[in-house]
Ligand binder design. Structure first.
Ligand code: GDP
Length: 451
């Protein structure tokens, strides 16, 4: 997600490290670098221009802070400005106080609307809502079926009275406006508190599509019209967003496919050029690959300051409270960290989803991106297999694991002795870090913020 932009910006700041004072020439050079990085990341030209001017003005104006060194000050300014172009404050769904909250999805075909419908409904359901999905995309072959599949995966009911187009040779029949309206009535009758209406998109913006979206909007009067945009489409993003803003006057943006390698900058321009907030981010094909969008956290992530809050939230969502309490207590009591704890942590991490995604949110992740790219989630399986081949005594007293025990463990878990050795070494480091943390010494933490 925004990897190359993130790398470029962090490198720019690195050049400032160690400087006692920033001259105007330093600031100019830095702003130039930032401008180039943003342009190369496909951020729209007017957005870049405004951004660079604001950073320069503030940096020259020197909001002097005793606590920060010059490079930290620039990072702080860039962070705040970045948060600004991403929409400023977090914008949540406006829930209706009378009847169901109506959410309409709009965007080009392939943008990720149907997939998002599943993710959004799954997320709402996990918060105690009772969403209903409505299949108003009768245009794209199999869209209705796809929504049914997505709904099933999310464990959410789908209202789909019309099969829609089932092959590309089919001509569309059925009235999407009627389906949307019936869907909302169904939600009212069956007391669903949220209704999500999936609408048709085309491969490009066209007048007929926009009219249909407008007709649906006027018929159901949604509380939110979410415009879904594929973060990988590059410079076209801005024009598409402007067309949809004009056409359906959406209330919020969803960035999809943020897991891709695309430069993504165009997507970053969307909030700024339309004046509409980014509300959600879609980061994969799975039903859980979805986050609420927090401009401040995303800015920090781009600047490689880590997104520890999102990390914590994802952890909390799947965390086993008893296990967490047990670990916390151990921590406080400065008890020895054992392989059993290590295993328990692995299992917790596995529950949270992809280890790689989690690591990417850590401060300083950009500096170890290469290693992270090579990180194989199957690694966890191997580690688990190794730990499981240890005897209970070995797990709590790893010091006794000598050469012959290592050979036995390697054999038992189907790995090489050197892999066992590597794990032992990593475990020793983790143990050391735990000790440091418990002793209140945060110096052992990955140090993205230390500049
Ligand atoms: P729609 O035409 O707007 O309804 O788009 P779909 O929901 O059918 O998505 C189009 C394609 O993009 C499908 O193959 C999805 O699996 C894929 N897709 C959707 N969202 C994401 C995402 O966040 N990440 C990735 N990698 N793929 C996605």
């Amino acid at each position: 997600m925004f990897n190359s932009l993130s790398d470029r910006l962090t490198n720019t700041f690195k050049n400032l490290r160690g400087k006692g004072r920033l001259t105007e020439a330093d600031i100019d050079a830095t702003v130039r670098e930032i401008r180039r990085a943003l342009l190369d990341a496909d951020v729209a030209v007017p957005v870049v221009r405004e951004f660079a001017a604001a950073v320069k003005e503030r940096a020259l104006g020197q909001e002097v802070s005793e606590a920060l060194n010059p490079s930290q000050q620039i990072v702080k300014i860039v962070n705040e400005e970045l948060k600004g172009i991403l929409g400023g404050e977090t914008r949540r769904i406006r829930m209706s106080k009378t009847g169901p909250t109506i959410i309409m999805l709009a965007g080009l075909q392939g943008a990720g609307k149907t997939t998002l419908a599943g993710k959004l409904s799954y997320w709402l359901k996990s918060q105690g809502h009772t969403p209903l999905l409505v299949a108003s995309d009768l245009q794209r072959p199999n869209a209705v079926n796809q929504l049914k599949v997505v709904g099933e995966r999310a464990g959410v009911r789908v209202f789909a009275p019309h099969p829609g187009v089932t092959s590309e040779f089919d001509t569309p029949t059925g009235n999407p406006v009627q389906v949307a309206q019936d869907g909302v009535n169904e939600a009212r009758a069956k007391l669903h508190d949220v209704v999500i209406v999936d609408t048709a998109g085309r491969l490009g913006v066209d007048a007929e599509l926009m009219q249909q979206a407008r007709d649906i909007r006027d018929a159901i009067e949604p509380n939110e019209v979410l415009f879904v945009i594929d973060a990988m489409i590059g410079q076209d993003a801005v024009n598409t967003a402007l067309a949809f803003n004009e056409g359906v006057d959406f209330t919020g943006v969803v960035l999809s496919k943020l897991d891709g390698d695309a430069r993504g900058g165009a997507a970053l321009s969307v909030a700024s050029v339309t004046g509409k907030p980014i509300m959600f981010a879609s980061t994969g094909e799975g039903v859980k690959d979805f986050e609420q969008f927090h401009p401040d956290r995303m800015a920090s992530r781009i600047l490689d300051m880590g997104d520890v809050l999102t990390l914590i939230e994802q952890a909390e969502a799947s965390w086993d409270k008893t296990e967490a309490d047990r670990m916390a207590k151990k921590f406080m009591d400065q008890e020895e960290f054992t392989f059993d704890d290590f295993l328990a942590q692995m299992q917790q991490i596995r529950k949270m989803g992809s280890m790689k995604k989690l690591l990417m949110m850590m401060p300083g992740a950009a500096q170890i991106r290469q290693q992270l790219d090579n990180f194989d989630d199957k690694e966890i399986d191997r580690v688990e297999a190794i730990v499981r081949s240890m005897t209970p005594h070995e797990r709590v007293a790893p010091k006794i694991i000598n050469g012959s025990r290592r050979a036995r463990i390697a054999k038992g878990s189907g790995v090489t002795v050197s892999e066992v050795n590597q794990l032992m070494e990593r475990f020793a480091q983790a143990q050391k870090m735990m000790k440091k943390l418990a002793a209140g010494n945060m110096a052992g933490m990955p140090g993205g913020m230390q500049m």
